[in-house]
Design a protein around this ligand. Structure first.
Ligand code: PLP
Length: 388
């Protein structure tokens, strides 16, 4: 088969591959503890499920406009205005099937072949994949453990060139749980303003934060018109399978992003959007409970990992991941994660799934029960004793 050249540049998300491997072992009767999956283990809040069922019963089963259902766009605009302290109107909102399409659409709309895009590494693998796919130049900025996995803004300044078109920031971050400070974001904003660069701000974990409050780069003067906020429902409301997220951006860009949607998905499912209105405008108690539970688990996982010889783990401030350092073991992390899966029955992701600077680290998702986390850590500890 003769494929288009660009297909050789398309990356992937290893989480789905590790999950498939783990499922195969399970089918053979092996018991696996899943610490690889990046989704809340909670059910979607009942009021949201009921709103989805009601919408189906009421016949919200047809196409809707590419940019989304007007009432949901309005609700998102209100929510973003309130939480980011900026003025957003419904025409600046595009609803997409998950937050992920916003990455693809933003990069397609803004980046020409040869343009440079600076992105966090280790970071969500789809950024690098999409930049390469469309023929842009992917310029990684290393997130360092000693800096609590916040990007170094002096380093960022040095990476910016006349070809830099877009900077991608993600806070709270996947895979490290790192959170950028208001000062970090201000420094990035200053660079973007001075050098006339757009920012894609992936804020999908904005509600899952344990210390202080979430800050958006879009809140700084002059930044709203050059920022695309990516957020959604998957993580906050445990709605990964509903496929619903959104982008918030200047109106002229929103029209074009909606046009990209017309050319691909047509629109996001209509009844899920009706449930999305309930998720944002309804009671928020379930979200608060989920975040409190995640905090408890974070403390269990960090304490447990630090008790295992040759592993050290920082305490992340957000999301539901830890990114422990396993350098002392001296194995390539891909080999180590295979070993943990096959020998210990614990599925984790190797750090290099998130880019080359992930070598020496593994990612553990603590979106699992305390009981399973403890069992997983105990198995990891025992398996490590067999590595000399
Ligand atoms: C940093 C980051 N952004 C975006 C997404 C995509 O979310 P969604 O499932 O809404 O497409 C994820 C999912 O894992 C993520 O980790």
């Amino acid at each position: 088969m003769r494929l288009a050249d660009r297909m050789s540049r398309l990356g992937t998300e290893t989480a789905f591959e590790v999950l498939a491997k783990a499922r195969k072992l399970e089918a053979k009767g092996k018991h696996i503890i899943h610490l690889e999956i990046g989704e809340p283990d909670f059910d979607t809040p009942r009021n949201v499920v009921e709103a989805g069922i009601k919408a189906l019963n009421e016949g919200y089963t047809h196409y809707n406009p590419s940019a989304g259902v007007a009432q949901l766009r309005e609700t998102v605009a209100k929510e973003i205005s309130r939480t980011r302290k900026i003025e957003v109107n419904a025409d600046q909102v595009v609803i997409t099937p998950g937050g992920k399409p916003i990455m693809f659409f933003a990069i397609l709309a803004l980046v020409n072949e040869g343009d440079e895009v600076i992105y966090p590494n280790p970071g969500f693998p789809i950024y690098e994949s999409m930049i390469n796919f469309i023929g842009g130049k992917a310029v990684p900025i290393q997130l360092r453990e000693e800096n609590d996995f916040r990007l170094d803004t002096d380093e960022l300044k040095k990476l910016v060139s006349d070809k830099t078109r877009l900077i991608i920031v993600n806070s709270p971050q996947n895979p490290t749980g790192g959170v950028l400070t208001e000062g970090d974001l201000k420094a990035i904003a200053d660079i973007a303003l001075e050098r006339d660069i757009f920012v894609l701000s992936d804020e999908i974990y904005s509600r899952i934060i344990y210390e202080g409050s979430h800050h958006s780069i879009a809140s700084f003067p002059g930044m709203q018109e050059r920022t695309i906020i990516l957020d959604g429902f998957s993580k906050t409301f445990a709605m990964t399978g509903w496929r619903m997220g959104y982008g918030v951006m200047r109106e002229d860009l929103a029209v074009l992003v909606a046009k990209l949607q017309t050319n691909s998905n047509s629109c996001t499912a209509t009844f899920t959007q009706m449930a999305g209105i309930q998720a944002l405008a309804g009671p928020q108690g379930e979200v608060d409970k989920m975040v409190a539970e995640f905090r408890k688990r974070r403390d269990v996982v960090v304490g447990g990992l630090n008790a295992i010889p040759r592993i050290s783990c920082r305490t992340p401030k957000g999301a539901f991941y830890v990114f422990p350092n396993v350098k002392e073991i001296g194995w390539e992390v891909r080999k180590l994660s295979d070993y943990l899966l096959n020998e210990a029955g614990v599925a984790v992701l190797f750090g290099t799934s998130f880019g080359k600077y992930g070598e020496g680290y593994i990612r553990i998702s603590y979106a699992n029960s305390v009981e399973n986390i403890k069992e997983g850590l105990s198995r990891i500890g025992k398996a490590m004793q067999n590595i000399k």
